[in-house]
Design a protein around this ligand. Sequence first.
Ligand SMILES: Cc1cc2nc3c(=O)[nH]c(=O)nc-3n(C[C@H](O)[C@H](O)[C@H](O)COP(=O)(O)OP(=O)(O)OC[C@H]3O[C@@H](n4cnc5c(N)ncnc54)[C@H](O)[C@@H]3O)c2cc1C
Length: 509
Amino acid sequence: MSARPSRTSRVAFSFLTNSIFFSSFLSAALAQDDSTKLRDCLTSTSILGSLATFSDAPNWANVTSPWALRFNPEPAAVVTPRTRDEVTAALACAVDAGINVSALNGGHSYGAYGLGGVDGALVINMQRFTETTFDAATGLFTYGGGSRVGPAATWLWENHGRHFPHVRANWVGLSGSSIGGGFGTTSRFLGTPMDNLDSVEVMLYNGTIVTASKVENPDLFFVIQGAGSSYGIVLSLTTRTWKPEYSIVTNFTISLGAVDLDTGVQALMDIQDWAMTEAPDTFALRWQLAGEWNGSGYFYGNPEDFDVLFASLTLRLPSTTTTTVRTADFWAMENFAAPLLNGTADTFPPRSMYLQALVLRSDQPFTFESAKALYQHTTLAFNRTDLTKFGFLDLWGGVSRDVKDDAQAMVYSTNQWLVRWEGRLANGLSEWPADGIEYMQAGFRPFQEQLRKEGVPLRGFVNYRDTELTLDEWSVRLYGENFEKMKRIKSDLDPLGTFTTHAQSIPSS
Ligand SMILES: Cc1cc2nc3c(=O)[nH]c(=O)nc-3n(C[C@H](O)[C@H](O)[C@H](O)COP(=O)(O)OP(=O)(O)OC[C@H]3O[C@@H](n4cnc5c(N)ncnc54)[C@H](O)[C@@H]3O)c2cc1C
């Protein structure tokens, strides 16, 4: 067939290209107009002007630099307010200019969503909202919406000897990770950071500040738990806390040695069986996917019970298995599990990466076939020099047995395993390979196909969202049947779509 268009189609084509050209010219011009309007508004008050940064500022690259280097969204402006009034004022400028708004906390989103995810957002950097208070009577801990994991957990420990479940990296944002679920070493018995939220304070698009909890504005609380960035700016979060029952925590490692695929998979099945029948909730385990046939974990129960408990697990494993065990006090172990939790700088530098994650529930856990498909086609088949592999299976279960899917936006009732498979750009390289996404997906696909064959729905985890999914895929995997309700709440609470920024923002109904 000739590639040359006929005269009629040439006319139509030229009309089409002209109108595409015109409409993209128009939208570029309008966007330009909107950001000029935003800039004028932000700089019209001397206070906001000094808090706003625009693309011509010398530190622009720095303030807009993502943790996830595969993305590079270009915001319209970044504002770093100090007070709630300044957040209100910045928000008003954005709404007036028709610019969408993204709150930035720790900046560790795997899709750079804190920076808006796509170009043109007003980013409200919450880094000055880090106030912490503790109420000894209720054990409730309140922290600002710009707090990071390490400083907040350290403050609570050093001043009150208490802990709250948090993710395993010191410089991750506490708002960002708590509204996306969060999973940490104490989550099997204490729940996720999200489970432990008692209430949140949120500024809506019109500057109204609303407290949301299970009893107060429950619809807002519902959507904050899984999709908070689509509904407002979280100013503060209040979480339940816990005082360690035992001052000593046990840490262990298990290695099966160089076993073959079937032996390794069978061992995983044995671990799963033990975990689902014998393991107390206080037993945490991360089994490696990329490292193959080894894992490590923590025991928060009575240290005197550990040896018998651990033996009942390791007895099931191949004779080549080796283990190590050591103990440390609670806070030292916290700083081991989340390196330099009490430090003053990020221990995980930015990287270029792509991750896929799925969860398996307790009624549909691994089968020998699904575990085999996973290991065989991901880690064992991996063969790249421009990428390095990473991945693990976090043993979930525990108190997730009490979670109801319709109690919060993110569905995660009875999650048993959190499975993560990731490719990272090799050291020394700066360009993500053109076939990198497809290569990583191809390795993960046989596992997904096996799950489909077994009738297991694909389910995801908000904090480990797969940035490459379509709306139909991510909405079902992350929110299941809650999605329609979330869209209705979106129409009520964010009618202008002010907080619709990144590709997985919740649309209106
Ligand atoms: C090194 C590293 C380790 C990690 N470890 C774990 C782990 O152990 N367990 C786990 O579950 N996850 C983990 N994560 C994932 C992490 O929890 C998510 O990427 C999380 O979204 C990061 O939050 P953030 O505030 O740092 O990022 P940001 O990019 O600042 O924010 C993430 C999202 O939350 C929104 N948001 C942030 N603050 C607010 C606010 N105040 N109001 C409204 N919306 C807000 C942003 O707009 C954005 O959409 C890890 C990530 C990294 C990079």
